[in-house]
Design a binder for this molecule. Structure first.
Ligand code: ZN
Length: 140
């Protein structure tokens, strides 16, 4: 519906539990921090979480906290949900974060016809199904 703001999902997402690898990311979300990894050897920013740098294979990779700011790199708008639990429309987006990593998330707080490549966004943490999810919203 045009003009209506995209909203976070309210539940029934069926998310897998955190693993030892992803736990620092999820506990960061609970603490209001968007965490990513960086390789101290080559400087590459990594997301999603990895045991090693995807560029130089160093295992010395460490966690850092993002500013939570970036811009929309790519998006789609979904009208036919992959499961009936999801409310439509919703807008999956790939965000280029300022620190140099990309994350797939969902854009909220804009009209469905206002989703565009290049829009500045910031992270917005939303509690869903007992987890804290990093959505993004317009930064303007
Ligand atoms: Zn590296």
């Amino acid at each position: 519906v045009s003009g209506e703001l995209l909203q976070p999902q309210t539940g029934g997402l069926g998310m897998p539990p955190p693993t030892p690898l992803t736990a620092p990311f999820w506990s960061g979300c609970e603490a209001g921090e968007l965490r990513f990894q960086r390789c101290p050897e080559c400087g590459r920013a990594e997301f999603p979480p990895s045991e090693h740098c995807r560029n130089c294979l160093s295992e010395a990779i460490t966690w850092e906290v993002s500013s939570g700011r970036g811009e929309v790199y790519s998006f789609t708008v979904v009208y036919r949900p992959v499961t009936p639990n999801l409310h439509v429309p919703y807008a999956p987006v790939i965000v280029d974060f300022a620190e140099g990593f990309q994350m797939l998330t969902n854009l909220v707080g804009v009209p469905v016809d206002g989703v565009q490549v290049g829009v500045p966004v910031r992270v917005r943490f939303v509690a869903v199904d007992g987890r804290t999810l990093p959505y993004v919203e317009p930064a303007g």
